[in-house]
Design a protein around this ligand. Structure first.
Ligand SMILES: NC(=O)c1ccc[n+]([C@@H]2O[C@H](COP(=O)([O-])OP(=O)(O)OC[C@H]3O[C@@H](n4cnc5c(N)ncnc54)[C@H](O)[C@@H]3O)[C@@H](O)[C@H]2O)c1
Ligand SMILES: O=C(O)[C@H](O)[C@H](O)COP(=O)(O)O
Length: 385
């Protein structure tokens, strides 16, 4: 069997070596020619895959080691009889840690408490529901918007217009859809962006086109009260430098880039391939994933709870580092091509980042005298399950 795979998928040899020949390629270079004799194609989000691309090749299984599937022509692949698998929820924890780090940073910059804000979550699936659970555990008021779930009769959802009217923070966690009753392309268009409450914090870590980037640039040129964090960009890997300059936080599509999230993605696709081939899945993530190191959280007994929590969350993940790296790359890039390559390089050479069990951290923060021990346990066991 010949497997062609994106070179940025970790643990390929370990999980898939036994199946046959592996060819690794940069995701953006995978095309019809490179899969001419491939049986299996494994991608990440930067490779667009359609039935036309696979026509005349032996490929019968396409796996994407990502949550998002907007780069796959799902209907066309289904009609062509190609098996498709994705990795639901694989890096959802990392995205939640990213959003919390944005909230801490915005609170520092605006000298306000993020816990007192009403947070609107648009899209309440794997990521949005985990985010809601963590925020609610912190006593933060949330408003949830998910029309597809509401239409299925599930209670507790608000309309997007209600979020715009009532929320101080809006975080987007929808899939990118180009049409249909719940289209998310330009869900935040010029009209909705202009109507955000004064001082709103807007975070987009879903897909770039969910927010109309041209309209956002226009709004940010007129309104300095908004604090915006963009992890995803409408024309990735190209970032509009003027837009990045007006965003309070700008990162290169790394919200979910924990090692744990990437490893889970590979493991989920390995399991799907084993099911497709009707062979037992003998490898497990627990056998292959490196143990994570214990976290250092030096909090003296009696430290105020807020401060203890901030220290802990910063240790788990600090978005300011990724923001600084993207800005340095944009400042150094001498052309659009250099900027595109720089964006991809930041993602390829992403530093090691491990996940944590946030609910355990939150519990620990209210008992600072035991906090350090509990956080260390969180780092150890929060990795790969
Ligand atoms: N930046 C990153 O690193 C990163 C990481 C992971 C996922 N993502 C993106 O985030 C998206 C969401 O991830 P997830 O795991 O939560 O996906 P999910 O499929 O589990 O949940 C998405 C939710 O959005 C809802 N939804 C669909 N259309 C909507 C609309 N118009 N308005 C409101 N809600 C709507 C769905 O009903 C669903 O509940 C992914 O599709 C992916 O594109 C980005
Ligand atoms: O959809 C996802 O899972 C994320 O957006 C994922 O982190 C994208 O990473 P990439 O595939 O581009 O490496």
């Amino acid at each position: 069997m010949h497997i062609v795979a994106d070179e940025n998928i970790p643990l390929l040899d370990e999980f898939l070596g036994e199946f046959g020949r592996l060819t690794r390629l940069p995701g953006r270079l995978i095309d019809h020619t490179s899969i001419a004799d491939a049986d299996v194609l494994l991608v990440r989000s930067v490779t667009r895959v359609s039935a036309e691309m696979l026509a005349g090749t032996p490929v019968r299984f396409v796996g994407t080691c990502t949550i998002g599937t907007d780069h796959l022509d799902l209907a066309g692949l289904d009609a062509a009889g190609i098996e498709v698998a994705s990795a639901p929820g694989c890096n959802a924890r990392g995205v939640v840690e990213y959003v919390l780090s944005c909230l801490l940073t915005f609170a520092e910059r605006s000298a306000s408490r993020w816990q007192d804000r009403v947070v609107g979550i648009v899209g309440v699936g794997e990521v949005g529901s985990r985010l809601a659970t963590v925020l609610q555990a912190l006593g933060v008021k949330t408003l949830l918007c998910d029309p597809p779930r509401a239409e299925r009769g599930e209670p507790g959802f608000a309309d997007i217009e209600e979020l715009i009217r009532h929320c101080d923070v809006i975080s987007c966690h929808v899939p990118l859809t180009m049409d249909g009753p719940h289209q998310t392309r330009h869900l935040f268009d010029g009209s909705r962006l202009a109507r955000l409450r004064p001082g709103t914090w807007l975070i987009n870590s879903s897909r770039g086109p969910v927010v109309d980037n041209t309209a956002l640039l226009d709004v940010l040129q007129r309104r300095s009260d908004l604090l915006v964090a963009l992890d995803v960009w409408e024309h990735e890997p190209l970032v509009t430098p003027e837009l990045a300059a007006l965003c309070a936080l700008a990162t290169p599509h790394i919200a979910g880039y924990s090692l744990d999230g990437k490893l889970r993605g590979t493991a989920q696709i390995y399991q799907a391939l084993c099911r497709f081939l009707d062979v037992p899945a003998t490898m497990t993530l627990e056998q292959l994933a490196p143990r994570s190191g214990a976290g250092e959280w030096l909090v003296e007994p009696g430290t105020p709870e807020d401060w203890a929590l901030t220290r802990a969350l910063r240790l788990v993940y600090d978005v300011r580092d990724d923001d600084a790296r993207l800005r340095a790359m944009l400042a150094a890039a001498s052309s659009e091509q250099a900027s595109r390559e720089g964006f991809d390089r930041l993602r390829k050479d992403y530093p090691l980042r491990r996940e944590c069990n946030l609910l355990r951290v939150i519990t620990a923060a209210s008992e600072p005298q035991v906090a350090r021990r509990v956080l260390a346990a969180g780092f150890d066991s929060g990795g790969v399950e």
